[in-house]
Design a protein around this ligand. Sequence first.
Ligand SMILES: Cc1ncc(COP(=O)(O)O)c(C=O)c1O
Length: 426
Amino acid sequence: MTNELWPSLLDPALHGDDELCAVSARGVRVRFLDGRELLCGTSGLWNANLGYGNEAIADACARALREASYLSVFRYENLPARQAARELVEAAGADHWGRVLFSTSGGAANDVVMKLARHHHALRGEGTRKLVVGLRDSYHGLTFGGFALTGENLGQPVYGVDQRLIRHVTPNEPDEIRALAERQGRQIAAVVVEPVLGTGAVPLSPEYVRTLLELRERYGFLLVADEVATGFGRVGSLFASQLWPAPPDLLITSKGLTNGTCAAAAVLVSRAVADAFHASGDVFVHGETQAGTPVTCAAVLATLAEMRRLDAVASARRLSARLDAALADLVATHPRVSGTTGAGCFRSIRLCLADGSPLPQDQVTDVVAAIRRAGAIVHPSVSGVQILPALTYTDAELAELLDRVRAGVDAHAGTAATTAAGTEAV
Ligand SMILES: Cc1ncc(COP(=O)(O)O)c(C=O)c1O
């Protein structure tokens, strides 16, 4: 059979592989074209936070598609978009947040915040503030803006991604960003951070967050929380930045926003920023045909309602405590598991070789494949694998996931040992 599909970021040698071609998904399981059903330890791409096939969200989407297959927020408004914006502001905190811009992906929403921050400063007579600061090893998407801001090296130069107005600093190193602010603070439009860096699941330390807030006060840049992945209950509150001592100026939410059902993102804008903007009468030049459509907004509203009905944030906290215990046990009992990182239901397992050195990065995809063969889907991470279970995972599902991870790591270690022995023999 020919395969016309060009999948994203998949090794070309694996294109067309039926083992990797999903057919359907229900609850926390995904069925593949080769006939196997795997336990999903990643909530899709970290977006199906309430599991697959949620009936209430599906019904809401179907109703919206019948009532109005399409309405835009481009030179018009639509009622579902108004309602979704209001509920998002209320859920995030209406005392601080004022307005919502809809977008269609995390990357595009990162473009939005970079543009919005620069326009905001231009309105205040500070049009020279153009720099946007991100963190090394961060991930903000692969659109030209988001790709430029992404601190992980993913081949930006090949694509001519322009990073001249971007600065990267090391996460959790307060002195480094302090020094940058001292040098160029009045040219910085925004600092954009993931509360937990997706790459390696590295949470920002409370001290680092305090430094960012203090520098924002001193130098006047906008602080942006890229909560594409951490939003919607993933790390113990609806948004991770709700646990900061003070909120950011802009907040991006995307993955869990529609439980993965629509191409959707939203940028929450603080009252202060929104008011200054609207007082100016300027038009913000950003718009996307498919942003804020009735089906997307129905999905947002139904997801928020389901989060409340299932008490998903509280259940995520309970799951997080069970993960703490299960992962601590894995580290204590498995010689190839050297540690874990992350927060809430956003975790990474660090692996090592027999001599204790970190698992080489080029072996990570083999471990992910071994865990697949053992029956579970996990994502590659830094010298290990990432697990982000649905917030609704039961105890039995968590135990099964850990068993399959253990079996996959064992199988990989066994194969690697055999290969090494074989190589030696040769
Ligand atoms: C923090 C963060 N920002 C942005 C993105 C990009 O989102 P999208 O793939 O929807 O463009 C991601 C995706 O993983 C992300 O985790």
